[in-house]
Design a protein around this ligand. Sequence first.
Ligand SMILES: Cc1cc2nc3c(=O)[nH]c(=O)nc-3n(C[C@H](O)[C@H](O)[C@H](O)COP(=O)(O)O)c2cc1C
Length: 143
Amino acid sequence: MEVLVAYESRGGRTRRAAEAVATAVRERGSNATLKALSETTAQDIERSDAVAVGSWVEGFIVVNVGPAKAALRAVGQLPDMGGKPTAVFCTYAVNPRTALATLRRSLEAKGATVVAENASPRSHPERGAAELAGRLCASPRAT
Ligand SMILES: Cc1cc2nc3c(=O)[nH]c(=O)nc-3n(C[C@H](O)[C@H](O)[C@H](O)COP(=O)(O)O)c2cc1C
């Protein structure tokens, strides 16, 4: 199985979270490719059996909190995901609030089937990555 792990990261924490997801996918015997979300092409999506999309949380701490605007922009450029199993994750400093739900909806609007989600604090970006990868790899359409 081919899993694409696409991330939007400015300071490297979400990239670390993405690396942890990719490592956990590989430990389960599948292939994982890491890619910046902004560089993810239609071809990258097409050749993947499952996709994980991660973003940092952007806002003014208590207002307008959501996935990074750059992440939502990049998701908007993706092709139709055709029901592909998809996981969403984010890293945050204070509180992710509705960031995961917003990211999830943006991917569902692209036809993704979101099967797992995880928010990890920036102090522990790899927290929850293994469980997320486990759910993604075990989803029926991804096997
Ligand atoms: C401009 C800006 C706005 C942020 N707003 C929030 C916020 O509203 N809530 C929050 O919990 N973290 C917020 N953060 C913290 C980041 O989401 C967090 O540090 C994240 O792990 C950064 O990921 P990165 O290293 O991949 O860029 C903000 C960070 C920046 C730079």
